[in-house]
Design a protein around this ligand. Structure first.
Ligand code: ATP
Ligand code: FE
Length: 323
């Protein structure tokens, strides 16, 4: 059974094809170069670029899989949250395709898709899921597919956003996460950063203090590699401390780490020594992509969830607990 999944929630156009729960094709057209000159994503430019790219990318994905549109059993797209103009392009394209093919359509929550990317086939809930990405640092208790309880989120910047901001401060490229990781590996020494919210009882995150600290340390003339390493270690330690405490308090022993930041190898190493059973997305599935949307749709289909009505619109704001 073939499922086409589309994500255009932000600045990447993602089209993926999943066959019986296995990722076969996963194409992502990056817009990084387009937005670089502006120092951030320009929503209107992102929408227009999605519009240009979506159809050829979908055709290319089908060609790479060696199938035609008629071989699809269902079509899925990210409904939200994200940039509304960007979302509308992929979401409307997918609805149009489903309608033309007379096939079911699944409207997918972007964070459920990130979680689906890290969710190994045989694993049943309950478990904890940390989504650490460019726009989210959210810790959920996943009670079942579609039943999410938010335990804590960031008070300020998202984890990936902090990597991006500190990278920019150090004169590195975008996205900042991989750049910081590379530079940290080269470092022979490190400048220690304080771990945020060390003494809290809850499960909140905060990254703005690390960013401010990085500004001060740059001004004090510390070398970039040592700064990158110190920042990365504190950010990872913060994520780990909150999640480990939540695991102890709730009794959960299984954890999924999802979202772009989950690709970080220092993070993976730290979580692997946490005494929990931890799963990460396979390579290429942690950052935004279409295959994770198709994987979420596959899970929904398998779980007996009904398809979404084509009258349902995209939405910029949509808490996962309501998905
Ligand atoms: P959201 O899912 O919250 O809407 P997004 O879709 O923009 O945000 P993703 O594509 O999941 O986010 O992830 C992108 C983020 O992941 C960027 O902030 C990027 O810097 C970060 N990231 C990617 N690779 C790494 C890495 N190796 N280490 C740390 N951060 C990373
Ligand atoms: Fe994302």
């Amino acid at each position: 059974m073939w499922i086409l999944g589309i994500d255009t929630s932000c600045d990447d156009t993602g089209v993926g094809l999943v066959k019986d729960g296995e990722v076969v094709v996963n194409l992502v057209a990056s817009q990084v170069a387009l937005h670089q000159a502006f120092g951030g994503v320009v929503p209107e430019l992102a929408s227009r670029e999605h519009l240009k790219v979506i159809r050829p990318l979908a055709e290319k994905a089908l060609a790479e899989a060696g199938i035609g549109p008629k071989d699809l059993s269902l079509v899925a797209a990210t409904r939200g949250p994200g940039l509304i103009g960007a979302l509308l392009v992929g979401y409307t394209f997918a609805k149009g395709l489903a309608w033309a093919l007379r096939k079911p359509f699944y409207a997918i929550h972007h964070l459920e898709a990130h979680i689906a990317a890290a969710w190994p086939p045989g694993l049943s809930p309950p478990f904890l899921a940390l989504v650490a990405s460019g726009g989210h640092t959210h810790l959920f208790a996943v009670e079942a597919l579609g039943r999410y309880r938010l335990l804590g989120a960031t008070r300020d910047d998202a984890a990936g956003e902090a990597f991006d901001k500190v990278a920019r401060l150090l004169g590195l490229g975008f996205p900042g996460g991989p750049e910081i990781e590379r530079l940290a590996q080269e470092a022979r020494e490190k400048v220690p950063f304080p771990v945020p919210l060390k003494d809290q009882k809850g499960y909140e995150f905060s990254f703005s203090g690390l960013k401010t600290k990085a500004v001060q340390l740059v001004e004090a003339g510390h070398p970039a590699p040592a700064l990158a390493r110190g920042f990365q270690e504190a950010a990872v330690e913060h994520l780990a401390q909150v999640v480990i405490r939540a695991a102890q308090d709730t009794g959960h022993r299984v954890l999924l780490v999802a979202g772009g930041v989950a690709a970080n190898r220092a993070l993976q190493a730290r979580f692997r020594e946490a005494g929990l059973t931890v799963y990460f997305p396979p390579r290429g599935l942690s950052q935004d992509n279409g295959a994770m949307v198709a994987l979420a749709a596959w899970r929904r289909y398998q779980g007996g969830f009904p398809p979404s009505p084509l009258s349902l619109g995209a939405t910029a704001y949509w808490p996962l607990e309501e998905a």
